[in-house]
Design a protein around this ligand. Structure first.
Ligand SMILES: Cc1ncc(COP(=O)(O)O)c(C=O)c1O
Length: 415
């Protein structure tokens, strides 16, 4: 990796920048930063577990943030466990949920397109005698309740299926999936990773009937470093982290109070004008989607169209080009996106999500994930649409894959 300062010295800074990588992390609005600042050195800088004024102030931030979040998902404050990331919350759900039940039942079912922070902890349990079974998804990423039902047996202890897929935006019908599972055996724990659903659709834990649900701050314009696990009052978990003082029954270590104050503000902002924000994201995303599909040849849409797709998500495969070269070319034009699964993009492996919906390796390699935000404008999207066709054209001219496919096409036409 070159030094960023050297990169900028060589290429200059783009004149216009549009950040469309909100899947991986995001921009934090000034109101959120302002809410955080006092907690570094003016108040609440103490330890929330300690009885002195700065400690009480810190404790108040922890409690009021959990209270604010609980209202948005119809939970009680005491049902939320604070962690330091969505990854940690998913680990607690899967490992803590399984270990709390001993080994009478040992089967964990996940979908083929879960985030790695669900898949990897589940796999880690295999070393301890648990079995992980994967329910496949259809070509748009949906889990079929009948298929899920067929996998459930007397050994099943937990099912984990995410609410919205982080790459292709598929919105699962969690209520039906929970009913399917609980009809078979209501002792089976149902966990849903709602990191990509939060702030983009209504979530009501009572209505859904889930036992465990994960959230993360930086996916809703909050600061990094805050995750939350909703665990229904009667759901048992075994601690998976052990150690220092905390107000949290399941997660040791001092709470990140400035980040919590910021997260609280981010929640307030995301949930005021909620319907307007969703409509805005949808409109921007639809313009981007149709603009690309209509103006760039050889593009495949990954994931569903319409109401069953998250309002901020767009994922397309540009055939005959490498995703990584697209992210670099667009970055030089001030457009920031990611390729395949960003969590694995440094290892250049095709995304397991795109492969699971039936795409070929080369189609998965050319997949690009765009995520719009309510802070963006129509002008931002028009700028992106003005840059994508020439960027793809340029890469295809240089691409051996595109050359081979043109030769193959020519041969077919001539034959
Ligand atoms: C669906 C999903 N679950 C979990 C996570 C992990 O959250 P965090 O980045 O807070 O660890 C992510 C992160 O991108 C995600 O997209």
């Amino acid at each position: 990796m070159p030094k960023v300062s050297e990169f900028i010295k060589y290429h200059g800074k783009p004149v216009r920048e549009v950040y469309l990588d909100h899947e991986n992390s995001g921009w934090v609005p000034p109101e959120v930063v302002e809410a955080m600042l006092p907690y570094f050195n003016q108040k609440g800088y103490g330890h929330p577990s300690i009885t002195n004024l700065p400690g009480w102030e810190a404790y108040e931030v922890v409690e009021s943030t959990l209270e604010e979040v609980s209202k948005t998902i119809n939970a009680r404050g005491g049902e939320l466990i604070l962690t330091h990331s969505g990854t940690e919350a998913n680990n607690l759900a899967i490992i803590g949920g399984a270990l709390a039940r001993g080994k009478e039942r040992n089967k964990i079912i996940t979908s083929a397109i879960e985030h790695v922070s669900v898949l990897f902890p589940a796999r880690s349990l295999e070393e301890h005698g648990y079995r992980v079974v994967t329910v496949p998804v259809d070509k748009e990423g949906f889990v079929d309740p009948d298929l899920l039902s067929m996998l459930i047996d007397h050994e099943t202890l937990m099912v984990s299926i995410q609410m919205v897929n982080h790459e292709i935006g598929t919105i699962q019908d969690i209520k039906t999936l929970v009913e399917t599972v609980k009809d078979k055996n209501d002792k089976i724990i149902f966990h849903t990773d709602a990191v990509d659903a939060y702030g983009r659709m209504k979530i009501d834990v009572e209505e859904l009937g889930v036992d465990l649900l994960t959230l993360s701050s930086h996916k809703i314009h909050g600061p990094k470093g805050i995750g939350i696990l909703y665990a229904r009052e009667d759901v048992k978990l075994k601690p998976v982290m052990h150690g220092a003082l905390s107000t949290q029954r399941m997660w040791p270590g001092v709470e990140n109070t400035p980040a919590l104050a910021g997260f609280k503000k981010a929640v307030e902002l995301a949930f005021s004008n909620f319907d307007y924000n969703i409509e805005k994201m949808k409109k921007l995303r639809d313009r981007l989607m149709h603009g690309i599909l209509e103006n760039v040849p050889d593009v495949l849409l990954n994931g569903p169209m319409g109401e069953k797709r998250a309002p901020d998500n767009l994922n397309v495969s540009f055939l005959y080009v490498e995703g990584e070269s697209i992210t670099v070319e667009l970055s030089l034009r001030g457009i920031y996106v990611s390729s395949g699964s960003a969590c694995t993009s440094r290892v250049l492996e095709p995304s397991h999500v795109i492969l699971a919906i039936g795409r070929k390796h080369e189609e998965a390699h050319g997949s690009i994930l765009f995520k719009v935000s309510r802070y963006q404008t129509e002008e931002d999207i028009e700028y992106v649409l003005s840059q994508i066709p020439p960027a793809i054209e340029k890469l295809r001219i240089m691409s051996p894959l595109a050359r081979e496919s043109r030769i193959a096409l020519k041969k077919t036409v001539e034959a």
